[in-house]
Design a protein around this ligand. Sequence first.
Ligand code: ADP
Ligand code: MG
Length: 254
Amino acid sequence: MPSTQPALSFRETTKRFGEVVAVNRISLDIEADSFVALVGESGSGKSTLLKTINRLVEPDEGSVLLEGEDVREADPPMLRRRIGYVFQGVGLFPHMNVGENIGIGPRLAGSKLSASRIGELLDGVELDASYAGRMPDELSGGQRQRIGVARALAGNPHILLMDEPFGALDPVTRDALGGRVRKLHDTLGLTTVMVTHDMAEALLLADRVLVMSEGRIEADCTPHELLDGAGGLIAQKLVAVPRDQAAALAELAQ
Ligand code: ADP
Ligand code: MG
């Protein structure tokens, strides 16, 4: 297989919910090892597009290819082992401890994670191995989110999908966890797609920013290009928010 094969490809991918075209004929390739942010207003189709990758949503038309293979041809448990997924709102099982939550994917696939592997996954998100025995309701929001990331990585996936992973966190925790995930992406050689409504986060973490609006990709730019004014009106409206804040802060500091 040539190494230039995209990790993910959308081919005229379309998903409707009644009258709503949530994803409207999207075609694009995502290169292996890239960190892509999918940004856009609420309801623009970000979550739906992300879920077509791991078949939580089946497109009405078009297809999605994972490392060259149509995801419809893939067996769903196999697919979910190749794709780590951090849910919007994390969704830990409240009656299972942290170790059991982290091991749930492999367990459903018929294997048990060793305590040392759970410790290694916890270490990856900067938590001590002793957290394995804690219950989700004993953890802070940031810690729960870290467990969500560790759980997504439990099956050694090539691809990491995250749906607003840091949405509910305070800004300091959010920043630290964002940086940590970017490091994991780099050291594990992942291909990452992160949904966020926060353009600042997208600009700071991603190699490539896709801006979605009404089911379509309105802009497909590097952070640099966006900061240089590229991507069109919708993208620039989103970029203006952190830029104006930065300018206002710089003025205050003078
Ligand atoms: P985003 O993640 O950008 O907020 P979504 O992908 O969740 O957007 O939703 C895109 C559009 O599809 C919205 O209009 C939403 O109401 C609609 N939608 C999403 N999921 C469903 C569903 N399961 N049933 C009906 N409509 C849905
Ligand atoms: Mg969403």
